[in-house]
Design a protein around this ligand. Structure first.
Ligand SMILES: [Zn+2]
Length: 180
């Protein structure tokens, strides 16, 4: 998850990027915070795989956005986020908005945190993005498992091989997927 710390609110004549405000102050609508906050940040490659952005100001999370895209860098390397402003009832909104920022203070307004809401890649190795909170693209856990069973020579051969091989200790983390 991407977090962006906003400074004090300021307005200015519309610039060449169509931007006429930056920062945050009390009383802004969500749309005003989105418009003043989404633009013109130095965002590296890591941002491309982020699913959500939180905007913080004065020690509080003031806006949560589900990222649809992050634009190509402007001439000065700065990029602008396009996304959907989240509302109460969305799990990310409910967890973060109005709460303390999930990051410490930093000189850099851009920080990244790992959360259960982040986009992850399917654990089968196909490279596709998982649905929120899942470890596999639906069906890929079964497919990956049965491909391995087939490689060993079928279920009976797999069980024999497994019992010969397993040391009795689990490997890797348990996951929350229900289909396992
Ligand atoms: Zn997969």
């Amino acid at each position: 998850m991407l977090t962006i710390a906003l400074g004090a609110y300021e307005t200015f004549p519309t610039d060449q990027y169509g931007k006429s405000a930056a920062g945050w102050r009390p009383g802004l609508t969500d749309h005003q915070v989105y418009e003043s906050g989404r633009g013109r940040w130095k965002l590296g490659a890591r941002a491309n795989s982020e699913r959500y952005a939180l905007f913080t100001a004065k020690g509080i999370v003031v806006l949560a956005v589900e990222i649809n895209s992050i634009g190509a860098p402007d001439a000065d390397g700065r990029r602008t986020i396009t996304g959907t402003v989240l509302q109460p009832g969305d799990p990310v909104y409910d967890k973060y908005v109005g709460e303390d920022p999930p990051v410490g203070r930093s000189q850099n307004p851009i920080q990244y945190i790992e959360t259960p809401f982040d986009r992850t890649e399917c654990a089968c190795g196909c490279g596709n993005a998982n649905p929120p909170g899942r470890t596999f693209v639906p069906g890929h856990d079964q497919k990956a498992l049965h491909e391995r069973v087939a490689k060993v020579g079928g279920v009976a051969a797999f069980l024999h091989w497994f019992d010969q091989t397993w040391t009795g200790e689990a490997v890797g983390a348990t996951t929350t997927d229900g289909a396992e």
